[in-house]
Design a protein around this ligand. Structure first.
Ligand code: MGD
Ligand code: MGD
Ligand code: SF4
Ligand code: MO
Length: 727
């Protein structure tokens, strides 16, 4: 289809329907104007929505273009013998795929069949659970999602440090908030007790008006930091030193909550001993910040009565990510920043089962209980295997080798660490099925590419925001336009395969495979069958706040003996190691001091969502490359100007990027978005399509020994004018 084939809008019969955006997880409610051709003409935020108040972002506003883009895939394609992709009916493709899967299962066992649900899959409230049901049905442990290359420390740390059953303090009534390496004004992401993506500018303005103090820890002067009372422009990768410094000040000045610690915190003495070397002066030098600012931040945080410290992707991708997460949770624990009896929880978690919310600790339980990987002593956790070990699991022959991968709304070719290894693995598979509406770098390698329905063509619940919203709020959407072409909802792919293989597809509400042709609503009912609010009630209450459903913290069980373990040996050993390092970079194999003077940090861009965005004209106008943002002083020192091509080298690889002067970036830092470019491993098109920073990263040279998380931020690199440009 060419641009000329796109039917012109028929504005004579404009119909307006309600839905919510699913370009990212924030689920902003929208009004959708639909013309007589069932085409979306415009979307707007819903002004009278009680939480979002009309907020949308530039990505969401491109929904009409995304739905009707001429290059959008609307059929299934199969790799023909001569290598080109040919159109095939989706039902026939599912027949063939099921046959191939049956052979692979027969030869290698069910674990040889893997799936990867990426960010696109996560925006569909039915996709991941369908994948889970499919895996359970065939008996395969090989379920992967982007969580394990996002912030896996968040899933593991409760098992090491402990947790609080009623959760940490809310943002909505916090009088202090510390944001360590996240930027919700752009990402809509919010940490534990942090500002969430619901209408972030307005919510932050109101928080400042009520007197909330904000401390931001970020090497970049971010959109969030413009609201900060104190901005600690930390050297990337030095968060463990910085948080240890904060804890040291708080403990040595006696600013912690001793009463809370007496009852609920173990290991305070051990923690105090290990943070002792992190004096304000030492931390200031290591982190390249002002010692007085560090002390002021510690006192400001401790002086608050309510509010938390939370981390985002920056520190969760830097070296020592699990330790950073442990220290952030410990900081909250020693200051007693948890919900007490009678406190209301922010979100209603209405789509999830009603579990007790008592004012008591949950003791850590060793998180390393998932099935073992065959590599590096890594294990899966919380029902997932680790993306950072998937390439090896594909490439290494022997029992347990992965032979088939179903990629549901993800783009590993540019998103996974160690791009060369990932490409080798994708090409080594016996079967690669990609469910995506775009011909991505991953789809280009596939044996089958299945075109999915897009958001406005399917029913959904805001399943991610449900846990993070600032009020107990419900929303639901029907499909608001009919899909054109032969497109499948992700659940239809897994359901179709389960039925063809004759395996069950167990979901919370029963076996979906028993139903021949379920609807989206049936599937959602099956997945959220144990929800606090029955789904029919959710359907009847769209865009509504339910004050009567507020979760209220209950009294602790008097017999509860669980405690936070802030001085646990495993973490104190890691912290002791940090104290002996000059920088977290020593952990990276091949790192040589002095050879890599810059740190490349990851970031999100307003006009893209990982690899998605620049295919739409309204977003491409904001840039067709993931610029390498650098401090102007660094550019001058290197004799570079904005727009020049630069070669950026880490211990494992080199990429060519387009540099751009950005005074908001700390000196010695390169701030660059990930998942751009293609799978060619070459950068000659960098100005038009960008470049994947994953080529600078490695799953084996720099990773956390427990979560397997690779170092994807604070990557030690050096920079020079590119040979590409001078050639
Ligand atoms: N160096 C470095 N690497 C990183 C990161 C970093 O910061 N730095 N970040 C990491 C993080 S946090 C993540 S989450 C991963 C991202 O990893 P991925 O999630 O694998 O990458 P995306 O580019 O978001 O891929 C999502 C795909 O879903 C498709 N999609 C969108 N909507 C739909 C839909 O409705 N249905 C279907 N089937 N597909 C859809 C899009 O076209 C896109 O190709 O990358 C990780 N990698
Ligand atoms: N517009 C937009 N929104 C998105 C996405 C997108 O691509 N675009 N992606 C989505 C995804 S997949 C995710 S996981 C979330 C992530 O949401 P966030 O975690 O908020 O992601 P970022 O906006 O990249 O913020 C990370 C911050 O960490 C800082 N940082 C980097 N390294 C370090 C470090 O070593 N220490 C410290 N203290 N800070 C550091 C960076 O400068 C950056 O400001 O966003 C989601 N939302
Ligand atoms: S913040 Fe996310 S959900 Fe809201 S309009 Fe933007 S892309 Fe859509
Ligand atoms: Mo992510």
């Amino acid at each position: 289809m060419t641009t000329e084939d796109v039917p012109t809008a028929d504005n004579t019969e404009l119909d307006t329907k309600h839905s919510f955006c699913r370009v990212c997880h924030a689920a902003c409610p929208i009004e959708v104007d639909i013309d007589g051709n069932d085409h979306v003409v415009e979307i707007r935020g819903v002004k009278d929505d009680p939480l979002f108040e009309g907020y949308t972002c530039i990505k969401g506003r491109q929904l009409p273009d995304q739905m009707h883009h001429p290059d959008r895939l609307r059929a299934t394609y199969r790799r023909a013998a001569d290598g080109h992709l040919e159109e095939v009916a989706s039902a026939d493709a599912l027949d063939e795929i099921a046959t191939k899967l049956a052979v692979i299962i027969e030869e290698h066992g069910p674990g040889a069949v893997a799936s990867y649900t990426g960010t696109g899959g996560y925006q569909n409230s039915a996709a991941l659970e369908s994948a889970r049901g499919f895996h359970k049905g065939i008996g395969s442990r090989s379920l992967y999602t982007s969580v394990t290359i996002d912030q896996p420390a968040k899933g593991v740390v409760p098992g090491i440090t402990g947790w609080w059953e009623a959760g940490f303090h809310n943002f909505r009534d916090a009088d202090v908030s510390m944001a360590i390496g996240y930027n919700p004004m752009v990402s809509s992401y919010g940490a534990v007790g942090g500002l969430q993506g619901t209408n972030p500018f307005m919510v932050m303005r109101r928080a400042k008006e009520r007197g909330m103090k904000l401390i931001v820890v970020d090497p970049r002067k971010t959109e969030l930091s413009t609201f900060a009372d104190i901005h600690l422009q930390v050297k990337p990768g030095e968060d463990p030193a910085l948080i240890s410094g904060l804890i040291n000040v708080i403990l040595s000045e006696g600013l912690h909550d001793q009463e809370f610690c007496d009852q609920w915190v173990n290991g305070l003495g051990e923690l105090m001993a290990e943070v002792a070397p992190f004096t304000p002066e030492y931390v200031a030098e290591r982190c390249q910040i002002d010692a007085d600012d560090l002390v002021a931040a510690a006192r400001m945080f401790a002086a608050g009565t309510r509010g938390t410290a939370g981390t985002g992707t920056g520190p969760n991708m830097a070296p020592n990510s699990l330790l950073t997460e442990h220290l952030a949770i410990s900081l909250n624990a020693i200051c007693g920043r948890v919900n007490r009896e009678g406190d209301h929880l922010e979100s209603g978690a209405l789509l999830y089962p009603d579990t007790p919310k008592r004012a008591q600790a949950i003791a850590p339980v060793d998180p390393r209980t998932g099935p073992p990987h065959r590599f590096r002593n890594l294990r899966g956790y919380r029902g997932e295997m680790l993306c950072t070990a998937l390439a090896e699991e594909i490439l290494e022959p022997g029992e347990g080798q992965v032979r088939a991968l179903i990629c549901s709304g993800g783009n590993p070719a540019v998103a996974f660490p160690d791009q060369a290894l990932t490409m080798e693995a994708l090409r080594d598979l016996e079967l690669l099925v990609v469910v995506d509406h775009r011909m991505t770098a991953t789809a280009a390698e596939a044996d089958y590419v299945i075109a999915p329905t897009l958001s406005l063509e399917r029913a959904d619940v805001p399943h991610l925001m449900d846990r993070w919203l600032t009020q107990p709020y419900t929303n639901y959407t029907d499909a608001v336009i009919e899909p054109e072409g032969d497109v499948l909802n992700e659940w239809q792919v897994f359901h179709g395969l389960s039925r063809r293989l004759g395996t069950p597809m167990p979901l919370a509400g029963g076996d979906l495979a028993e139903i021949e042709t379920p609807t989206d609503h049936d599937v959602i009912d099956h997945i959220y069958a144990l929800a606090r609010m029955p789904l029919d009630e959710v359907r009847a209450h769209r865009r509504e706040v339910h004050p009567d459903k507020s979760l209220i913290t209950q009294a602790a069980d008097p017999k509860c003996t669980a405690k936070f373990e802030v001085g646990t040996e495993i973490m104190m050993t890691k912290l002791a190691a940090v104290a002996t390092q000059q920088t977290g970079s020593e952990l990276i194999e091949g790192y040589v001091d002095g050879e890599f003077p810059f740190r490349l940090v990851s970031r999100r861009l307003k006009a893209s969502l990982n690899s998605l965005g620049p295919e739409l004209p309204g977003l491409a106008r904001k840039g067709t490359t993931n610029a390498a943002y650098m401090n102007p002083a660094d550019l001058t020192a290197l004799g570079l100007e904005s727009g020049d091509l630069i070669d950026i080298s880490s211990t494992v690889g080199t990429i060519t990027g387009v540099c751009e002067a950005a005074p908001d970036v700390k000196q010695g830092v390169i701030s660059m978005a990930h998942s751009w470019g293609d799978g060619s491993l070459e950068d000659d098109k960098v100005r038009d399509i960008g470049v994947p920073t994953s080529r600078l990263t490695s799953t084996t040279a720099a990773y956390d020994d427990i979560t397997g998380m690779a170092v994807l931020s604070a990557i030690p690199v050096n920079v020079r004018a590119s040979e590409l440009q001078t050639a």
